[in-house]
Design a protein around this ligand. Structure first.
Ligand code: SF4
Length: 455
């Protein structure tokens, strides 16, 4: 389904669209307030971007350094070239340890690899323990946002979902009651888990340790109770030294939710007595993205979600309309790199206003990259005849000031004289949700010249 078609489904419920829009704009405002309090925020962004660019240019060395240090810390390290290998490795680890129940904290990488259905098919019970993730898991839906996975659900919908799956009482969407019920339900799962899986926010080459950021403490609860900890990370998650963590922890929480720091920034390095720790380092198309000079900086992404919260298209079309693991502006750069045809409409789901680029804490030139994908897609994939003709005509008109002025005159006259029903007829999809302005008797150029003369 094209992005616009999927967005039209979300747009059917106008009340929900407005609420979704406002909820994300509220988060964007929190981000602005938090950022404005930090002196030298721009310097911090520059530093974050430069550290990431340095890591990507020396990725081979840092990966080897990280692996060596992690092994010396007693961690078993695995490498996966793609999603299938990642899933096989995790299943094998669970099998070797006779683990049947897995608790997971939020990991977009495991979403990308479709780990849950793979493990469930192989008889493993997988429980997502982040509250938002658990909600979408119960609803059998993918997350719609990378930081706020259930932002598309109202509290009333969560109430109904919990009644159906957890046997709770109807509470009219009382958040306090629902959170307490979720806590009770998840405690039970934590206590009986055989293994815990986490993502990795930052992996430190210098020490072989890594950091997982959560606001609910669910990663800690899982890994402290279960005897096995499996951590999965993309190859781009590295930072060179412990000292660089200060840069990224400050950038991440403020950009994501406006908090000065994530509630839990949990540092993992060595296994505790009697427990085992595994790391799975995954490529899954990242090397290919690294090899594209125009798009390699998209691998700087620290998954804060700020570009989604600010994007006017994302806010009003919902995360599911992107039909990709990472939705929104950054997802629209990453996804076409994986499957150009499947995700060919995503780079067009943008106004190119550049707000995403403005808020990105690691200074990815998001809207420029979206524009570059558009050029590639238009060149490499067959375009509808109407679009090709329209572009050809526009090319001819825009190349000649005389033709431009003449066509403008005809268009303005038509807008004034043709009936609205004809102007807004079905083929003009632009007018599905908006009206064209009244045609003016003179062009801007004519008005401007006249004004200068009068003055
Ligand atoms: S691209 Fe930038 S703003 Fe968007 S999620 Fe990644 S780090 Fe955040």
């Amino acid at each position: 389904m094209r992005h616009s078609e999927a967005a039209a489904i979300f747009n059917k419920d106008e009340q929900k669209v407005n609420w979704h829009d406002q909820a994300l704009w509220f988060v964007r405002n929190n981000r602005d307030n938090a950022v404005n309090k930090v002196k030298g925020w721009e310097e911090l962004r520059n530093l974050g971007s430069q550290i990431k660019a340095h890591v990507l240019s020396n990725l081979d060395n840092y990966l080897i350094q990280f692996e060596e240090n992690a092994i010396n810390n007693g961690v078993e390290v695995h490498w996966a070239k793609d999603a299938a290998e990642h899933n096989r490795i995790i299943h094998q680890i669970l099998k070797e340890n006779k683990a049947k129940k897995l608790v997971k904290s939020k990991s977009m990488l495991t979403e990308e690899c479709q780990l849950n259905p793979y493990l469930e098919k192989n008889g493993i019970e997988v429980i997502d323990t982040d509250l938002g993730e658990r909600i979408v898991q119960l609803a059998k839906e993918p997350p719609s946002h990378i930081v706020l996975p259930a932002i598309h659900k109202t509290k009333e919908e969560v109430d109904e979902l919990f009644q159906e799956h957890l046997g709770t009482n109807a509470c009219g969407g009382d958040p306090q009651y629902l959170t307490n019920q979720a806590r009770k339900h998840l405690r039970e799962k934590f206590i009986h888990a055989d293994a815990a899986l986490t993502g990795v926010n930052f992996a430190i080459a210098e020490t072989g340790g890594f950091v997982v950021c959560t606001n609910e403490g669910n990663a800690d609860m899982g890994t402290h109770l279960a005897p096995i900890h499996i951590a999965c990370m993309g190859i781009e998650k590295l930072i060179p030294k412990q000292i660089h963590l200060g840069v990224f922890l400050r950038l991440l929480a403020r950009s994501a939710t406006g908090q000065p720091i994530t509630t839990y920034s949990s540092h993992f390095k060595k296994t505790r007595n009697g427990a085992k720790m595994y790391l799975v380092i995954v490529d899954n198309g990242r090397s290919e993205q690294l090899s594209r000079p125009d798009f390699r900086s998209s691998l700087h992404c620290i998954r804060c979600g700020a570009c989604m919260n600010t994007c006017p298209v994302y806010r009003r079309s919902g995360g599911h309309s992107y039909n990709a693991t990472i939705p929104g502006p950054i997802g629209s750069i990453l996804s076409p790199g994986k499957d150009l045809k499947k995700y060919s409409t995503l780079p067009f789901a943008s106004t190119l206003c550049g707000s995403c680029t403005d808020v990105c804490p690691v200074k990815i030139d998001i809207h420029t990259q979206l524009y570059k994908w558009r050029q590639i897609i238009t060149k490499e994939l067959p375009q509808p005849i109407v679009k090709r003709m329209a572009m050809k005509i526009m090319g001819i008109v825009f190349a000649s000031p005389k033709k431009f002025a003449r066509i403008g005159k005809i268009a303005r006259w038509s807008l004034r004289n043709f009936p609205k029903a004809l102007i807004n007829a079905k083929p003009n999809i632009w007018s599905n949700h908006r009206d064209l302005p009244e045609g003016q008797p003179e062009s801007f150029e004519e008005w401007y010249k006249k004004r200068n003369k009068d003055e």
